[in-house]
Ligand binder design. Structure first.
Ligand SMILES: CC(C)(COP(=O)(O)OP(=O)(O)OC[C@H]1O[C@@H](n2cnc3c(N)ncnc32)[C@H](O)[C@@H]1OP(=O)(O)O)[C@@H](O)C(=O)NCCC(=O)NCCS
Length: 165
């Protein structure tokens, strides 16, 4: 969908299962995760409510290096013009090379093609890198739920961000 010399964004495929599962497990951190780390035996990355077509993946230097998931904010017809980013993760070794920016840009293009007028997301208050990324891509803070999560001994805000498309 978007290509430069070594960075390529495409729709996910079933055979991305292992790479995406590994990125998820290797990158676990309370900076972004609200669930505990996975323990073996690991469940599948893709399943009936988490399908490859809902994900875009980035290949950097020929390696799957990150993903973004796009979904509906709610199942309501009255809310069908809004899309929600429901996961964004870049492998630690691929960070700082524009992978997240490429994934976000491609997902906003995909949402526009689907006819969406608005896109939203939630980010933990202490996740400074992600908040800076979203702000730089035109997202604004639209609400804060104070102390919504208790992570590693601290209450952490949940920050709602959004932008028009
Ligand atoms: C946040 C994250 C997705 C950024 O991925 P990335 O591929 O390294 O980001 P990019 O290289 O595309 O950077 C784009 C912009 O994001 C911001 N950014 C990225 N990493 C940053 C950091 N460590 N500190 C501050 N800003 C940062 C900057 O604005 C950067 O633009 P710049 O390079 O012009 O300064 C990545 O760190 C990650 O996967 N974190 C863990 C998962 C997560 O937090 N997901 C979001 C959950 S809501």
């Amino acid at each position: 969908m978007a290509q430069t010399s070594d960075l390529f964004v495409r729709v996910a495929r079933l055979d991305d299962e292992d790479a995406l599962g590994r990125i998820d497990r290797d990158s676990w951190s309370t900076l972004h995760a609200v669930k505990p780390p996975q323990e073996p035996p690991y469940g599948p990355f893709f399943h009936e409510t988490c399908l490859p077509e809902d994900f875009l993946v980035a290949e950097l230097d020929g390696r799957v290096s990150g993903y973004i998931r796009l979904g509906f904010a709610t199942p309501l017809a009255s809310n069908a013009h809004v899309r929600q980013i429901q996961g964004l993760l870049v492998a630690e070794e691929a960070r700082g090379r524009g992978v997240a920016r490429a994934l976000l840009s491609a997902v906003m293009d995909a949402a526009r093609r689907q006819g969406a007028r608005r896109i939203t997301l939630r980010v933990l208050g202490h996740n400074a890198p992600a908040r800076k990324l979203y702000e730089s891509m035109g997202f604004a803070v639209e609400g804060i739920q104070p102390g919504e999560f208790y992570l590693a001994g601290e209450y952490v805000d949940d920050v709602m961000m959004g932008r028009s498309l």
